[in-house]
Design a protein around this ligand. Structure first.
Ligand code: GLN
Length: 196
């Protein structure tokens, strides 16, 4: 079975673990370089990106994760996980770093205090019917995309909220909290095709 890791430094690790454990993969927590080297794919959970950034550097996994993503490790990031994957970050805290890998600019907390958290249904052709019920919690938005980034979903006026590029899938919202499995399944398909 494919081994999927969830970066378990901070955030909604348990929610991702519970979706993944229903999908016929072996799920492990990743906190160290050793943990990372044992997985065929990595999930970056939602949470607080500035904390995940600091802890990942403290634990010495930031650079190894960056290298693993560069060498093609399949990765799925939600919310703070999307922020961690962005090559360019707007409205980060002072000195905040990301792993990068995804050729996008991401704006943190992009929906403002009036609409801090909200839910909406998104039609995502790649995932088929029914629409994805999306929960946003102080979510980021992708404000700019490089030429190889595929936009899976945008709301309002070009507020991009789901993208993929090479080995990376990322969403501004939290499929892991609504029982939505299709993003995880799409991610796992990539994990399996690379692991075999
Ligand atoms: N606002 C958070 C951040 O900047 C992301 C919120 C989330 O992951 N739900 O990291």
């Amino acid at each position: 079975r494919a081994r999927v890791g969830v970066l378990a430094l901070q955030g909604d690790v348990r929610e991702h673990t519970s979706v993944l454990s229903e999908l016929d993969v072996e799920v492990t927590s990743v906190r160290t370089v050793g943990d990372l080297s044992a997985v065929d794919g990595l999930v970056l959970p939602g949470g607080e990106s500035s904390v995940i950034d600091k802890l990942s550097r403290m634990f010495g996994v930031a650079d190894p994760i960056r290298q693993a993503i560069d060498s093609g490790l399949p990765v799925f990031g939600t919310c703070a996980g999307l922020i961690m994957l962005a090559e360019r970050l707007v409205d980060g805290i002072a000195g905040q770093q990301t792993f990068g890998g995804l050729d996008v600019t991401v704006q943190r907390n992009a929906f403002g205090s009036q609409t801090d958290s909200f839910e909406t249904d998104l039609d995502i052709p790649e995932l088929g019917a029914p629409p994805v019920h999306a929960v946003f919690i102080r979510g980021p938005v992708v404000t700019q995309t490089g030429p190889h980034v595929r936009v899976l979903s945008e709301i309002d006026n070009r507020r991009i909220v789901a993208v993929e590029e090479r080995n990376i899938i990322a969403t501004s919202f939290h499929p892991e909290v609504t029982g939505e499995r299709r993003f995880h399944e799409r991610f796992i398909e990539r994990v399996r095709s690379q692991a075999s």
